[in-house]
Design a protein around this ligand. Structure first.
Ligand code: NAP
Length: 254
């Protein structure tokens, strides 16, 4: 390993975020692990006491995100890699449309990311002052490719997040910001363990983290997997919407 990176991962207490944290910890980097579950973060810290800094915060609460910033600046003046991964998923019953589902999903997947960007982006961009390249990673979903059944809230939050990230990249590219958008397919995590439908080509969170870290290290703009699902979805996306809707209503349905 050439140099030790300061890596901040949101949603590092379980699933993909935890596996990403472990992958980077194995490589010897310093990980600022953010989540609400103090106990789960403490368990990770106990495994890697020299490398893990626990940031207990709810991303939907700007004051909580702002508070943990102090813990970061006590340790470092900059972050090399900011991975916005914290997320939640709730499906919609289109016949009983509920705005409260949108509020809950948006509070993490949308506003949570705004809060993290407001507080952490300056620390990320500060990396340039130390001759390092700031790298922002957003964990989206393959759901961003197509309008999937019952995904009105979840899918829209991911599409909006991707737009935000790309727009930010346009603004800050000339200032040296590097960006990767990650679109996982189904990954076996507590989030998907609640799903009551078939999940084709489901991947373990360890394998997902391996693919994501490889993509980030290669400075890819887009990391999407698994390949068979990506190709199938891209093929459907080429169809006119009149045909898409007929195909899609038959898939990923309870
Ligand atoms: N699993 C999949 O199949 C899949 C597919 C595509 C995309 N993704 C995306 O991958 C990301 C990670 O999902 P996952 O499957 O790994 O889910 P997960 O195991 O449920 O992990 C979600 C992480 O987000 C954190 N989190 C949730 N709400 C939070 C909040 N308000 N404040 C701070 N942290 C919060 C959780 O920690 P606490 O509960 O401790 O706060 C946890 O660490 C999400 O953005 C998800 O949309 C997942």
């Amino acid at each position: 390993m050439s140099k030790i990176l300061n890596i901040l991962i949101t949603g590092a207490s379980s699933g993909i975020g935890l596996s990403l944290a472990r992958e980077y910890l194995k490589q010897g980097h310093k990980v600022f692990a953010l989540a609400r579950s103090a106990e789960k973060l403490a368990a990770l810290h106990a495994e890697y006491p020299e490398q893990v800094i626990k940031l207990v915060a709810d991303v939907s609460q700007l004051d909580q995100v702002n508070r943990v910033k102090n813990q970061i600046v006590e340790q470092t003046a900059y972050i090399d890699l900011l991975i916005l991964n914290a997320g939640t998923c709730e499906y919609i019953d289109a016949n009983h449309f509920s705005s409260s589902v949108f509020s809950r999903v948006d509070s993490v997947n949308w506003r949570g990311n705004h809060h993290c960007l407001e507080i952490f982006l300056p620390l990320l961009m500060a990396a340039k002052d130390y001759s390092r390249t700031p790298h922002l990673v957003g964990v989206s979903s393959l759901a961003a490719i197509l309008p999937l059944p019952r995904s009105e809230s979840y899918g829209a939050s991911k599409v909006a997040f991707e737009y935000l990230l790309k727009s930010l990249q346009v603004d800050l590219y000339s200032q040296g910001l590097r960006m990767t958008i990650v679109r996982p397919g189904f990954v076996d995590t507590p989030l998907t363990q609640a799903n009551d439908f078939d999940m084709p080509f489901i991947t373990s969170s360890e394998k997902a983290a391996e693919i994501i870290v490889k993509g980030i290290t290669a400075h890819k703009h887009l990391v999407q997997f698994p390949a068979p699902l990506v190709y199938a979805m891209k093929l459907i996306a080429l169809l006119p919407f009149a045909l898409q809707k007929r195909v899609l209503q038959k898939v990923v349905r309870a």
